[in-house]
Design a protein around this ligand. Structure first.
Ligand SMILES: Cc1cc2nc3c(=O)[nH]c(=O)nc-3n(C[C@H](O)[C@H](O)[C@H](O)COP(=O)(O)OP(=O)(O)OC[C@H]3O[C@@H](n4cnc5c(N)ncnc54)[C@H](O)[C@@H]3O)c2cc1C
Length: 391
């Protein structure tokens, strides 16, 4: 293709919209997003929106630093809400602290200067509500914070349509054919749409959309929830986002942060396959009693104020997890004109801007901006191929 290809993006969650925005910013004029429901109605509107860089591998950190800066720009230039609450990842062993120190060095290389390692005493002195006697310290990103995933989707959709691209809502991809000239003819619930390149950004439904495109992909969607916890007395100081889970620890852990002086948001997080995969069509309800109980038990171990807590609400959503828990982004090996933007798991909000860049590189056949981006290549998770461990 010598001119920019015409592109249809399937799915108006954070990944599809970030890919469409990136294409438009690079000069693509023929971009059409089709969405079965409305922008942000999938996982993206059900997240707790943390955007932070407290990871360990250079690629994980670089991708998230890019995301932080992207959202900072949207906050400054387009009024996106970004609440800089801080992010504290707790550690329990000396090895955790070594890993945190290594992370700091990498973060500094990428220009993050306000992250620091805190001792358990520093943490207890700063947030006396936290129990730290069984923790050795933490990795703290002072300016990390959260956005509202639904607000970002709405803003991105407005920017995309203002740039002259199309978003068709209530439009489901049902089937697809390639014509004799290699162009896609996509059957949707509202008629046919044509394109040179299709981006599969259908979130937890990515495997189903992959089948319809003849571009199979394995996904292991996980059901996750968040709960709001009301406090009888106002909390001072407010808590940052506290994550009591260390990546690659083989388990999940509790997280919580202040939402208001008298309310916390809490849940269970993992970047790993420790929750059973679910159907993307699982009915989303309030968080089940067993998970609420587990969150409260883990919070009781971490907070001095546990008697004052009342559950006031909860919701569920899906982590669109890949089999090896890393994003699936790039050209599909069986269908080179299908680009995947999938598998962001519990980090899709913070990774969406980088995933948009990598997916746009693939659409435009451009040299990769991130040198490590081939580690996200879909060939490792096509159906029938065993997932290999993270690179
Ligand atoms: C409780 C919870 C907390 C979370 N907290 C965080 C957090 O703090 N930080 C973070 O970074 N991430 C977080 N996440 C993860 C994040 O929400 C997801 O990784 C991200 O939203 C995935 O975005 P997506 O665009 O891939 O999927 P989605 O937002 O689900 O978008 C996919 C879209 O595709 C559409 N679609 C599907 N099939 C079709 C079809 N056939 N035709 C047309 N359209 C179709 C769907 O309707 C949907 O709108 C959280 C998730 C949950 C559930």
């Amino acid at each position: 293709m010598t001119t920019a290809p015409s592109v249809v993006v399937i799915g108006a969650g954070v990944l599809g919209l970030s890919t469409a925005l990136e294409l438009i910013n690079r000069g693509s004029t023929d971009v059409h997003v089709i969405e079965r429901s409305h922008p942000g109605e999938g996982s993206s509107g059900r997240s707790v929106g943390m955007v932070e860089t407290q990871y360990f591998r250079a690629d994980d950190i670089e991708a998230r630093v890019y995301g932080r800066r992207f959202y900072d720009r949207l906050a400054a230039d387009h009024g996106l809400g970004f609440v800089s609450c801080g992010y504290l990842r707790l550690g329990s062993t000396a090895a955790d602290i070594d890993t945190f120190e290594d992370s700091l060095k990498i973060q500094r290389d990428f220009g993050v200067v306000d992250a620091r390692v805190m001792t358990a005493d520093d943490i207890a002195g700063t947030w006396p509500q936290l129990v730290t006697s069984d923790r050795i310290g933490g990795l703290y990103g002072a300016s990390d914070g959260y956005i509202d995933g639904y607000e970002y989707c709405t803003l991105a959709a407005r920017m995309i349509t203002a740039a002259g691209a199309r978003i068709s809502t209530k439009t489901e991809l049902l089937g697809a054919d390639v014509d004799a000239n290699g162009r896609w003819r996509l059957a949707t619930s509202k008629g046919f749409v044509e394109a040179d390149v299709v981006v599969n950004a259908a979130g937890a439904w990515g495997a189903r959309v992959g089948e319809r495109l003849g571009a199979p992909i394995a996904l292991h969607p996980q059901l996750h929830g968040a709960i709001t916890v009301d406090l009888r007395s106002p909390m001072d100081p407010l808590l940052p986002f506290v994550m009591d889970y260390v990546p690659d620890s083989g388990t999940d852990g509790v997280y919580f942060r202040s939402e208001r002086v008298d309310q916390l948001i809490a849940g269970l997080h993992t970047d790993e396959g420790v929750h059973e995969p679910v159907s993307p069509d699982v009915s989303l309800r309030r968080v089940g009693d067993a998970d609420v109980e587990r969150v409260l038990t883990l919070m009781a171990e971490r907070l001095h104020i546990v008697d004052d807590l009342t559950i006031s609400g909860s919701w569920q959503g899906i982590y669109p997890m890949s089999p090896d828990h890393r994003p699936i982004v790039g050209r599909h090996p069986d269908q080179p004109t299908v680009i995947c933007a999938l598998g962001a798991g519990g980090s899709g909000i913070q990774l969406a801007p980088s995933i948009g860049v990598v997916a746009a590189d693939a659409v435009l056949d451009a040299d990769p901006i991130f040198t490590w981006s081939p580690t996200w290549a879909p060939d490792r998770v096509i159906v029938g191929t065993p997932a290999h461990p993270s690179a």
